[in-house]
Design a protein around this ligand. Structure first.
Ligand SMILES: NC(=O)c1ccc[n+]([C@@H]2O[C@H](COP(=O)([O-])OP(=O)(O)OC[C@H]3O[C@@H](n4cnc5c(N)ncnc54)[C@H](O)[C@@H]3O)[C@@H](O)[C@H]2O)c1
Length: 458
């Protein structure tokens, strides 16, 4: 029997890794990932993949050319496929009605129109992109409008992977969520999509529901996760003012199973391409549906995040005698979190921009994100880049750890201290280091949600 053909439109952080894992677990399917971005597809077909994720390279190298293919031929992909996953970007709208909040669905809509034009058979279209509730209905209307000889069933299957652990999350998902229309053809399509995942995911971990609940579950999950980050960061501010310790508080409250220990780390605020845009999307939905109180409630999560990032910069300035002009500051980490090269909405961007405005001389180091960092900061003059953290700190007045890379926990801080200007300031915005040890070495140490440890006379 010929292999069933899956097409994925969108070869980004979600499409590439997700399809690689499907290909690895489903030998009965032939998986093709297409994108209009030629450079991205060329990178997927090369040794240097466009996305860094632990474990990804190995899977892609094993499956590529077997049952996993990357191509720019979107039309051919549509013509030949049985099931299409739509993994295109859904950024925040930057123009017109809803600018700055609403999801920009132009890429989803264009994809739907292409599917309608080039489909050669009845087809299941799986919406994997994060979208506002009821988008499946719109996609369905586009696909079924007019005189197409083919029937389409639109399924919602949001992705819950976290960057940095994408392969682990895809191989062992907490749950797979699949939503469809409550009718016979909708249920059959849900079952067909479920069968793909059942190749490696236990059936009890596959939740099936209606499409709108599925769509809104994804926005809700990200809103709840971001809310936890903002909540603990708000408490960190109270700790810094009072002398309480946010790390101890996280431990104490996390022991309550109703609260749980995860996502309780104070830090520089959340980043990444999703949290902010998905909350803005939720806020816009609430406003559109006449729920201003709900919109305001979720909007506060973003306000607290902005406040957290601004507070980090104010603390740096205040601890450095209110001036950083001409001072070398080493920023360790530019990715929005460890184990990814992704810098979208990274707190490092805002922190570096603010320090540059204060005329600091900034040196940025990161093991995976320097290429993206250079792109993000191309307008800023007094910034340089190095992949060697020891070079970055040479002659620096301060170190700011923005990303929780494992290697920053293992640096020789004694050696670093002796190569820096004094007083040597260390701002650990991820609380990955021991403030006592660093203080002993000689640093003035500033952890998030903890009173600073500063040597007398500095
Ligand atoms: N990044 C994450 O961690 C994550 C996690 C879960 C869900 N999501 C959601 O998944 C979706 C994709 O996110 P991403 O991070 O992979 O985005 P991305 O920007 O990395 O990738 C999207 C890709 O889609 C391509 N594309 C857009 N329109 C196209 C078209 N008409 N034809 C072919 N290709 C097209 C773009 O060129 C781009 O390469 C978004 O809705 C996002 O919210 C992302």
């Amino acid at each position: 029997m010929p292999l069933k053909k899956i097409l994925c439109i969108g070869a980004g952080y979600v499409g590439g890794p997700t399809m690689a894992v499907i290909a690895a677990n489903c030998p009965d399917y032939d998986v093709t990932v297409v994108d209009i971005n030629k450079a991205r597809i060329a990178a997927w077909n090369s040794k240097s993949l466009p996305v860094y994720e632990p474990g990804l390279q190995e899977i892609v190298e094993k499956q590529r050319g077997e049952n996993l293919h990357f191509s720019t031929d979107v039309v051919r992909g549509i013509e030949e496929s049985d099931i299409i996953f739509v993994c295109v970007n859904t950024p925040t709208k930057t123009f017109g009605l809803g600018a700055g909040k609403a999801a920009d669905l132009q890429y989803c809509e264009k994809t739907a129109r292409m599917i309608k034009e080039h489909a050669t058979k009845d087809m299941i279209v799986v919406e994997k992109s994060t979208v506002p509730v009821r988008t499946s209905k719109i996609i369905n209307e586009i696909l079924s409008h007019g005189d197409s000889p083919h029937k389409f069933e639109v399924i919602s299957n949001p992705e819950f992977l976290a960057e940095g652990t994408a392969i682990k999350d895809l191989q062992n998902p907490d749950r797979i969520l699949i939503g469809g229309r409550p009718c016979a053809s909708g249920e059959a399509a849900v079952a067909e999509v479920s069968a793909i995942y059942e190749s490696w995911v236990a059936k009890e971990n596959i939740i099936t529901t209606d499409a709108w609940s599925s769509e809104l579950s994804k926005l809700t999950a990200n809103a709840f996760l971001a809310q936890r980050v903002s909540s603990i960061n708000s408490i960190a501010a109270v700790c810094e003012s009072t002398g309480a310790d946010v790390i101890k508080i996280s431990e104490a409250i996390g022991a309550d199973p109703r609260i749980g220990a995860k996502f309780l780390k104070a830090g520089p605020g959340f980043g990444g391409s999703c949290f902010k845009k998905d909350i803005l999307n939720l806020v816009y939905l609430c406003e559109t549906f006449g729920l201003p109180e709900v919109a305001e409630y979720w909007g506060q999560v973003i306000k607290m995040n902005d406040y957290t990032q601004n507070r980090a910069v104010s603390r740096i300035l205040k601890s450095m005698f209110n001036t950083v002009a001409g001072k070398r500051i080493a920023v360790l980490g530019f990715a929005f979190k460890a184990d990814t090269g992704d810098t979208r909405e990274s707190p490092a961007i805002q922190i570096v921009e603010s320090l540059a405005e204060e005329r600091a001389e900034i040196v940025i180091s990161d093991p995976q994100a320097l290429e993206n960092a250079q792109q993000d900061l191309k307008e800023i003059e007094n910034v340089s880049f190095t992949d060697d953290p020891y070079e970055a700190v040479l002659g620096a007045h301060a170190i700011v750890i923005v990303t929780d890379w494992q290697e920053y926990k293992e640096l020789d801080y004694g050696k670093i201290y002796s190569s820096m200007e004094k007083p040597a300031q260390l701002f650990d915005l991820r609380n990955i280091l021991s403030s006592d040890e660093l203080y002993e070495i000689g640093f003035n140490v500033h952890l998030v949600g903890k009173k600073s440890k500063v040597h007398k006379g500095s």
